[in-house]
Design a protein around this ligand. Sequence first.
Ligand code: HEM
Length: 140
Amino acid sequence: MYEWIKALHVIAVISWMAGMLYLPRLFVYHCEAEIGSKQSETFKVMERRLLRAIMNPAMIVTWLAGLYLAWAGHWFSHPWLHAKLLVVVVLSGVHGFFARCVKDFAGDRNRRSQKFYRIINEVPTVLMIAIVILVIVKPF
Ligand code: HEM
């Protein structure tokens, strides 16, 4: 059972991260589209579908499967898991922020610059590298 849930966890992680890495890239392109243009409306649909159909469910499955693994594998007393949980909470916060950005774009209320989205685009990558090292190497 443990191995099957771990497989589900990794599948959910890949789906979640695909969205976390791509959505801010869509924001970068969306900044260039004129408000009310066909291109801008297309970006709105892409952003909403990516968030609702892929990222939200994938994040929930990642959390549920991850917490099951932590419980079933008796990992809760291990410091690497505490560190991993901390980074995953930050990643989930970034997810929440991206959801707000999707809402802002949907209402044509985005005030953030393209440069801002280019920088924030790198944050999920850095967090993902830390998480994978923590869970695979288990340095402490
Ligand atoms: C949402 C909260 C999460 C919890 C509670 C959690 C917890 C766990 C636990 C307990 C394991 C099993 C470790 C083992 O058997 O050695 C695991 C495996 C794994 N987790 Fe998570 N995880 C979470 C989120 C994430 C995220 C966001 C990522 C990547 C960005 C990730 C990547 C992985 C990977 C790659 C494995 C497989 C490691 C292996 O093959 O040994 N996890 N997770």
